[in-house]
Design a protein around this ligand. Structure first.
Ligand SMILES: [Zn+2]
Length: 337
């Protein structure tokens, strides 16, 4: 019998497993887990101890093979100077301002790793490594240069620039690629076994060829420089770019239920593991454990190596539906190699 950590890492590396691993590179925090653990949004986003306590719920309450403490997508944006709304117990934080007009404005403070939203993540990973690291996989998470440009420059301006001012887009990407490199390396030093790179070049906003032309070189640089397996997260319909993602050197791709699991596995080819694929709004939030189990089995049979929610789960998601992912692939039921 493998430990959860061995199982999760084998899944990410496309190696044989004793049963299908379950985990998520994006947040699985919910209000029900806040009630059970006593660690609450928004306090957790800037305090490592509370962050670690809530993140441990992914294993201790849900039974997943991995934990991931970075619940928001704006830790870096806050540290880089956006004004923030940290939200309430049942809302995600948000960046309110987008202060950088131009790539020349990009400045990364020499104290970046010590700023509270960044230090909290590193502290949480260290704590989780101590409390769970011998048995459970620890996933870190960083934002890629595309997502950081949305936050720091503004999503509409940035998308307009892809058409009108492509050199400005390249300037932002070049300079901002340093942030996930710096933060990612620090998370690995703190104890992360795997890193999630979230870079929201989603199908509804960006064509697959734009991923290839603007982002693929930066992603290749990151996967080469970061010393652990990197899992890319992009939500939405990404089928037209999975082939390019495979070329960027990622160990795995965390993908949305808008992409059929069989089509995704075919597009990923021999070297890219697929992760996720269980629908959030219809199945995990509003569905039943039975319907969740069906979707999990479909994904696993299609060849998805690690099953889990497709993206950060809605905060009101019932615990029973999140646990149903594990029950559907219990080791006694089947083997997967
Ligand atoms: Zn997402």
């Amino acid at each position: 019998m493998m430990t959860p950590r061995e199982r999760f890492l084998a899944g990410i590396r496309r190696r044989p497993v004793d049963c299908v691993p379950v985990g998520s590179p994006t947040s699985v925090a919910t209000v029900e887990q806040m009630q059970r653990t006593g660690a609450w949004f928004p306090d957790v986003h800037q305090h490592g101890e509370a962050m670690a306590v809530l993140a441990a719920g992914a294993h201790d309450i849900l039974g997943y093979d991995a934990v991931m403490p970075v619940f928001s997508v704006v830790q870096e944006a806050a540290a880089l100077g956006c004004e923030m709304s940290w939200g309430k117990a049942d809302t995600m934080p948000d960046a309110l301002t987008h202060p950088w007009r131009d790539p020349d404005a990009v400045t990364i403070s020499s104290t970046f790793l010590d700023l509270p939203p960044i230090r909290a993540v590193l502290d949480a990973i260290r704590r989780l490594k101590r409390s769970h690291g011998d048995r459970v996989a620890i996933i870190g998470k960083v934002m890629g240069p595309w997502t950081l440009s949305y936050h720091m420059h503004g999503i509409q301006d940035f998308l307009a620039d892809t058409l009108l001012e492509p050199e400005r887009v390249r300037g932002f990407i070049d300079r901002l690629t340093h942030v996930p490199l710096l933060f990612g390396r620090a998370q690995v030093e703190a104890g992360a076994d795997v890193l999630c790179l979230a870079d929201h070049a989603t199908g509804d906003l960006v064509r697959g060829t734009m991923y290839r032309d603007f982002l693929l070189p930066a992603h290749r640089e990151l996967t080469r420089a970061l010393p652990v397996p990197v899992v890319l997260h992009i939500c939405g319909d990404t089928l037209d770019r999975i082939g390019f993602i495979a070329q960027a050197g990622f160990a795995a791709f965390h993908f949305d239920s808008k992409v059929d699991a069989k089509a995704a596995v075919e597009a990923a080819g021999a070297d890219l593991a697929l992760v996720g694929n269980v629908n959030n709004p219809e199945l995990l939030l509003r569905g039943s454990p039975e319907r969740v189990s069906e979707a999990v089995r479909y994904a696993a049979v299609a060849g998805v190596r690690v099953v889990g929610p497709e993206c950060a789960v809605p905060l009101q998601t019932p615990t029973a539906n999140l646990q149903a992912i594990v029950s559907a692939v219990r080791c006694t039921s089947r083997t997967f190699a």
